[in-house]
Design a protein around this ligand. Sequence first.
Ligand code: PMP
Length: 399
Amino acid sequence: MTLFSPVEMAPRDPILGLNEAFNADNRSEKVNLGVGVYYDENGKVPLLRAVCAAEEARVAEQGPRPYLPMEGLASYDAAVQTLLFGAESSLLESGRLVTAQSIGGTGALKLGADFLYRLLNKRLVAISDPSWENHRSLFEAAGFEVVTYPYYDPQTHGVNLEGMLEGIEKLPEGSVVLLHACCHNPTGADLSLADWTRVIDVIQRRNHVPFIDIAYQGFGDNLQDDAVALRLFAESGLPLFISSSFSKSFSLYGERVGALTLVTESHDEMLSTMSQLKRVIRTNYSNPPTHGAKVVSAVLNNVELYAKWEEELAEMRDRIRIMRSSLVEKLAAAGVTKDMSFIERQRGMFSYSGLTKAQVARLADEFAIYAVGSGRICVAALNTGNIDHVANSMAAVLK
Ligand code: PMP
């Protein structure tokens, strides 16, 4: 008997496990649609030109590398607030916002979860059915009970709004409700402006605590419209938790750049909340890393670099849209008679393709195409070089 001998193998992460299987596959036509990463037309993770320019300036500066404050780089935190709420928002000058730079969007969720654990007696979180797998694990690990509210309607491939409203209504008063601001992961099905108003209404009536995850701002319609839920929530006067991430929008996955933003009711609340949030940070990792935040801050706070970034973000978004339309067309051309046009209506990086577990397994075995067992495919991993193989293979397993 050794110290570690009782340790059992943990279950494989469903998505990271897929990467291992993909890497071990020797077939040259292999395609990985399992990831949550944007690849460009050449199948590469892009390095944005705006990021490159900011990095060159940073290296040329040859500055020292001291610790950042616990809540991160001030110019970054302020730029995050502007991006989330819009430059004209009265919230920016209200003294009611708390923003702490975080270790990616995941880190923001974890900070929020740890903070809420200390704040609430009822530790219940409701996530969408389905949701990003890590939402459940992360809140469970932070000590919460996690339940789901209905979200996806497989018949329409869109949102089951009535089911969602009813599910949220039925939660015990004061539950935490986790929502995706845009580009829902994994379904690609989003709420409309009118839908959001109804969701806010139920949350307000039931005294729930809204926690909005925005990991894909700019991948839906544009930076402003993708944040509309945040702005509506802010107008409603509800307290608010927001986790945001630049992993995708800046293609800075490995630099871990995100933020947790809270909307409090007064300047005093902001001060006490920030002081407690700092304790959570201090006892977890003390203070965040510098590089990603410096780069993002340099871009967001410079008119020219900002314009360049917005352009590059639009390029990514448009390329995904083209891939969506092209996939729908090619599936029909390959003989799929079922209406697959929902793929074009879904937004962001993913599509819930409707493929069954068995069909996903066939795609991997027979065609070297890797997708998540739920049928989620990453449309952002398609390109003109692999889309024919993907469409023909999907058509073969759908028949
Ligand atoms: N939330 C959602 C909905 C996501 O899809 C992701 C990334 N896959 C995250 C949060 C985490 O983002 P990050 O990689 O910045 O930690």
